[in-house]
Design a protein around this ligand. Structure first.
Ligand SMILES: Nc1ncnc2c1ncn2[C@@H]1O[C@H](COP(=O)(O)OP(=O)(O)OP(=O)(O)O)[C@@H](O)[C@H]1O
Ligand SMILES: Nc1ccn([C@@H]2O[C@H](COP(=O)(O)O)[C@@H](O)[C@H]2O)c(=O)n1
Length: 221
């Protein structure tokens, strides 16, 4: 069984995907980490993430056996790498190079898990169009900027709200206006606006939808 979760930055989709995977004993793939890994590799090689050839070479150099170790690198979590990720993500050859790994994870989840939860921008539309349940998680850009601000400050990063909000708007625009696999809800996705929900309420709403859609019996009342 595959659960596809898409949405903009800091909407809470990663938190929700992790918690759903724990609850259902499914494997989880944060597909944004793949794009971050490509952006980080380009930067570490002294390149420009806006250089399509460099980004394509970095994406093609990611191998399935080493990818889990690459995705665990804490350096992926920085805001500079998030911006780099959204630049390499506009390149069609980069997206094509990352597709097989994502589809393989969904169809054959690691560790013998009986299902997979993938979160990203194009999971319900492109990566897993036949997913059993699709959710599009969103929140106002102001709520998302507040969440990211808190997260960064908790990590000891000195930032101001206006800069976080500006970065968020830029990334939203790049992700939703690109020509290939833009951020948008799949036609059959459940829209979950978490602007005034905490993470527990979002999980409850998602589970109610997944239960009604899939009839998963062992986790549904
Ligand atoms: N429903 C919620 N209410 C308030 N804060 C939340 C909620 N869900 C997640 N958060 C917090 O908001 C921040 C962003 O959440 P998360 O990383 O899950 O978002 P995301 O959509 O996966 O972001 P990104 O695409 O940038 O990785 C985290 O600090 C998380 O703890
Ligand atoms: N399926 C996906 C996932 C991510 N991206 C791009 O990567 C950037 C970083 O993603 P996070 O989820 O870690 O914030 C994101 O801004 C997208 O540009 C993507 O294109 N497709």
């Amino acid at each position: 069984m595959v659960v596809a979760i898409d949405g903009p930055a800091a909407s809470g989709k990663g938190t929700l995907a992790r918690r759903l995977a724990d609850l259902l004993h499914f494997a989880h793939l944060d597909t944004g980490s793949l794009y971050r890994a490509v952006g980080l590799a380009v930067i570490r090689a002294g390149g420009d993430p806006g250089d399509a050839a460099a980004a394509t070479a970095a994406a093609r150099a990611l191998h399935p056996e080493t990818t889990p170790r690459v995705l665990a690198d804490p350096a992926l979590r920085g805001d500079e790498i998030a911006a780099a990720a959204s630049k390499v993500a506009v390149v069609p050859e980069v997206r094509a190079a990352l597709l097989a790994f994502q589809r393989g994870f969904a169809s054959n989840p690691p560790g013998g898990a009986r299902g997979a939860v993938l979160d990203g921008r194009d999971i319900g539309t492109i990566v897993c169009p036949d997913a059993d349940a699709k959710l599009f998680v969103t929140a106002s850009v102001e709520a998302r900027a507040e969440r990211r601000l808190k997260e960064l400050r908790d990590r000891g990063v000195a930032v101001i709200y206006a800069a976080v909000l500006e970065d968020m708007k830029e990334r939203d625009a790049r992700d939703s206006q690109r020509a290939v696999a833009p951020l948008k809800p799949a036609a059959d996705a459940f829209l979950l606006d978490t602007s005034s929900m905490d993470a527990d309420q979002a999980l409850d709403a998602a589970m109610t939808f997944i239960c009604s859609k899939t009839g998963l019996s062992d986790h549904c009342a």
